[in-house]
Design a protein around this ligand. Structure first.
Ligand code: SAH
Length: 363
């Protein structure tokens, strides 16, 4: 028997092509999307409007393979972190952050990460592989099911942030297919505003994303001088700050309704002076921006400290005074290591340290 194809993760156009290839009408793709993503049905035999022979063909030739829950932790603030096991035994982490007016799912895009940012737990795990589109959208599907089981009402996930493990723009095709499914009205139907992709600054891919699928963009800036950023985010050696900010301007393409979120992790004595704050204001002067200050979350084996609260407050005041919208991100789920930069999963590292380093730039 030929290998069964996993239909999870195929976006609408890929599904239409698949159904046409089976010799049936393409509108079955629309019915199929609703079954899988709106009603949560993965058993072909229950997809009653597909017709008996089509259902039989599907059960012979196709499957819907999901990640499996391998662990769950619930923070005292309600944040949930799941460990999801993939078919090859690797595990990734996905986090649900409930708030009064929304529920945000933080999804992973790679098993581990190759960027080697010096303050991030994921970097310490090394890099194994890209996630497939099915494994990215599978996190949404499974989170929805698990939250329903836990007593949440319909559609608990209102926002998605690609801020989990990995660099989404180094897994471009799979990430874009998964985002298309998040946005498709026949599937999760989220608006572009409610899907945020966070990048360390893969400049050419930012330009592609602007054309293919302009969702909300967050950029991990973390420093205002190249020598500091080179240390924190080695990718900066390849795409330094001025190139990154040019890409941000192109991304917005003069659309005055949109802004880019700049993430800035507060590291004691490294990037948190008033001078840095003023320089940040100057750098972002002509970019519609908001700044998210992230108190550094401690990671075992990483020597940085979080800036003291007074320093973070002073930094924020300074940036606000410069006219930039600025918030300090509230730390969520730190007691279960679910906060920014603490996600690790169980990764089979396939890269040597030197190979990872080379990806980050010319060092
Ligand atoms: N690779 C992408 C997606 C990861 S998003 C990116 O770099 O944007 C995760 C966010 O948490 C990034 O802004 C990352 O720089 C930040 N982060 C990583 N480690 C952290 C830590 N220990 N404390 C606080 N934020 C951290």
């Amino acid at each position: 028997m030929p290998q069964q194809i996993n239909l999870l993760g195929l976006d609408r156009s890929a599904l239409q092509e698949y159904f046409v290839g089976l010799g049936v009408k393409e509108f079955h793709a629309r019915q199929f999307l609703k079954w899988v993503y709106q009603r949560g049905v993965t058993d072909f035999s229950q997809m009653t409007d597909l017709g008996l022979s089509l259902r039989q063909t599907l059960s012979e030739r196709a499957m819907l393979a999901l990640p499996e829950k391998a662990g769950e932790q619930i923070s005292k603030d309600g944040t949930r972190k799941w460990l999801f096991r993939l078919e090859d035994g690797n595990c990734i982490e996905t986090v649900f952050i409930p708030e009064d007016d929304r529920g945000t799912l933080c999804v992973s895009s790679q098993v581990g990460c190759a960027l080697n940012c010096t303050f991030c737990a994921t970097a310490r795990q090394g890099f194994s592989r890209n996630l497939q589109a099915s494994e990215i959208i599978g996190q949404l599907w499974l989170a929805g099911r698990l939250l329903a089981d836990a007593g949440y009402g319909p559609r608990p996930v209102t926002n998605v942030v690609l801020m989990g493990m990995g660099e989404p723009l180094l897994n471009y095709d799979a990430v874009v297919s998964a985002i298309r499914l998040m946005l498709d009205d026949l599937s999760f139907g989220l608006s572009r505003r409610r899907v945020t992709l966070s990048t360390a600054g893969v400049v050419p891919a930012m330009d592609r994303l602007a054309k293919d699928c302009p969702v909300s963009l967050a950029v991990s800036l973390h420093a205002v001088e190249d020598d500091i950023r080179d240390q924190l985010v080695p990718l900066n050696r390849k795409y330094p700050i001025d190139q990154l900010l040019d890409a941000c301007r192109r991304f917005l393409n003069n659309d005055s309704r949109r802004r880019i979120t700049f993430e800035y992790v507060m590291l004691d004595g490294i990037n948190d002076s008033t001078d840095h704050a003023r320089k940040l204001v100057r750098l972002l002067r002509d970019i519609p921006a908001k700044v998210n200050l992230i108190p550094f979350n401690s990671v075992e084996g990483i020597a940085y400290d979080c800036s003291p609260k007074v320093v973070i407050d002073r930094f924020r005041e300074e940036v606000l005074a410069g006219g930039l919208m600025t918030i300090t991100r509230r730390t969520r789920g730190a007691d279960i290591a679910a906060a920014c930069g603490q996600l690790a999963g169980k990764v089979r590292d396939r890269t040597s340290r030197s190979a990872r380093y080379a990806l980050g730039g010319n060092g």
